[in-house]
Design a protein around this ligand. Structure first.
Ligand code: PEP
Ligand code: MN
Length: 350
C-alpha cells in the first residue's frame, strides 16, 4: 500500500502508478477525502519498494500482511471504524443498505409456469431479488442437474424465463455459474451471478466472474474458515469488481451421531465478517439447515445477528420441488418470515 502525501499532485500519483506497474502488479487507486492510497494487487515480490518510497508525492509505503486487503474494512478509509456496508444498487434494490434484502425463489427452475408463479408469489410476500437454479451442483450424476444441463438451447430458454420473470415482477435476478462458459452465458441474462459453496476455492472461476461485469453472490464453502472465505473473495475484488455479496450458508457438522441439520449455520460469522470487510453479508438458512421447520427461526436469528439479507428457497408446493424439497417453504411462510425480520431489524438497529 502506497500512501500519497496530502498535497500529492495527479502527475505524482500517475508517476507512482506507472513505476509500480512496470513490475507486473496492478495498481488500485483509491482517493479518500484526505489521502490517496495506491494498493498494489498481484505478485509483489519484484517490486522495489525502497525506490517507490522516495518518489515525489509519496508519504509512506506500508506492507500489508492480510490476504484480503482490497475488501478489508481496515484498509479502506471510507469504511474504517464504521458499521456501514458497501451498497450495491440494482434496479431500485439496495443490497447492503439500511434494510435487509430478501432473495427468494425455487432451488431449481423446473418450467416457465413454475418460475412465473413463484416469482409472482415471492414478490407479493416482500422479496426483493428472485433466485432460481439452472446449473445445479448435485452430488449424484443421476439426479436432476438443472434445465441448463439439457443443452445450450434449454439453458438459454431457462435464462430467458428468469430474465422475463425479473422484468415482469420488478426484481433483479440471480442464478449460479459453475464454470467459465456458464459465467459468460449467464451474464447476458441476469443481474447477479452466484458462485456456489462448492466452487468457493476455484481461483480461475473467481477470476472469470470478477471480470464478467456483474455483481457476485459468493457463498462460503462448508469447510472454509472465515479467513479463507474472505481471501477467496479477494480474487473477485482483484479483478476490479467490488460488488460482492458474501453469503454464510453453513459449515460441515461435527461429531459422529446425527446432527439433524444439513449443515451448521455459523451465525457468529455474520458480525465477524462485517467487522473484517465492508462487503454486505447475507445468510442462507435453507441450505444451512435443510429443514423447512427451521427457516423462520434461523432467519430471525440471522437478522438479529446483523445479516444484510437472506436467501431462501420457496416453492408453492414445497414437497414437490424437484430439488431440495425438504427445505423449501411456501410463499405464505416467506411473508411471515419477512414480516418478522422487519420487526427484528427495527429492534436491532435501535
Ligand atoms: C444454491 O444456492 O442453489 C446452492 C446450491 O447453495 P450452496 O452452494 O450454498 O450449496
Ligand atoms: Mn437448493
Amino acid at each position: 500500500m502506497i500512501i500519497m502525501k496530502k498535497d500529492a499532485t495527479q502527475a505524482e500519483i500517475e508517476g507512482v502508478v506507472a513505476e509500480a506497474s512496470k513490475y507486473g502488479v496492478h495498481c488500485d487507486v483509491s482517493r479518500g477525502e484526505v489521502l490517496t492510497i495506491i494498493g498494489l494487487v498481484g505478485d509483489e515480490h519484484k517490486v522495489p519498494f525502497s525506490h517507490l518510497e522516495v518518489m515525489p508525492g509519496v508519504k509512506e509505503v506500508r506492507m500489508i500482511e492480510t490476504p484480503y486487503k482490497l475488501i478489508s474494512r481496515e484498509y479502506n478509509e471510507a469504511f474504517q471504524g464504521k458499521d456501514e456496508s458497501r451498497i450495491i444498487k440494482l434496479k431500485g434494490v439496495e443490497i447492503g443498505g439500511a434494510e435487509p434484502v430478501y432473495i427468494a425463489g425455487p432451488c431449481a427452475i423446473e418450467s416457465r409456469t413454475q418460475l412465473m408463479r413463484i416469482a409472482e408469489e415471492v414478490k407479493r410476500a416482500g422479496a426483493h431479488v428472485l433466485r432460481g437454479g439452472i446449473f445445479k451442483p448435485r452430488s449424484s450424476v443421476h439426479s436432476f442437474q438443472g434445465l441448463g444441463a439439457k443443452g445450450a438451447d434449454e439453458a438459454r430458454e431457462a435464462l430467458s424465463w428468469l430474465r422475463e420473470a425479473g422484468e415482469r415482477f420488478e426484481m433483479p435476478v440471480v442464478t449460479e455459474a459453475r464454470g467459465e462458459s456458464q459465467v459468460n452465458l449467464i451474464a447476458e441474462y441476469v443481474d447477479i451471478i452466484q458462485i456456489g459453496a462448492r466452487n468457493m476455492y476455484d481461483q480461475d472461476l473467481l477470476g472469470y466472474v470478477g471480470r464478467a461485469g456483474k455483481p457476485v453472490l459468493f457463498k462460503r464453502n462448508f469447510g472454509a474458515s472465515i479467513e479463507e472465505f474472505l481471501s477467496f473473495s479477494e480474487y473477485i475484488a482483484a479483478e476490479g469488481n467490488r460488488d460482492i455479496i458474501l453469503c454464510e450458508r453453513g459449515v460441515l457438522p461435527i461429531g459422529k451421531g446425527k446432527n439433524l441439520t444439513r449443515y451448521t449455520l455459523d451465525l457468529a460469522a455474520v458480525p465477524v465478517i462485517k467487522r473484517e470487510t465492508y462487503l454486505p453479508v447475507i445468510v442462507d438458512p435453507s441450505h444451512a439447515t435443510g429443514r423447512r421447520d427451521l427457516i423462520r427461526t434461523m432467519s430471525a436469528a440471522a437478522v438479529a445477528a446483523g445479516a444484510g439479507g437472506l436467501a431462501i428457497e420457496v416453492h408453492y408446493n414445497p414437497a414437490e420441488s424437484w430439488v431440495d424439497a425438504q427445505q423449501a417453504i411456501t410463499p405464505a411462510e416467506l411473508k411471515d418470515i419477512i414480516d418478522d425480520c422487519r420487526q427484528i431489524h427495527k429492534i436491532v438497529k435501535g
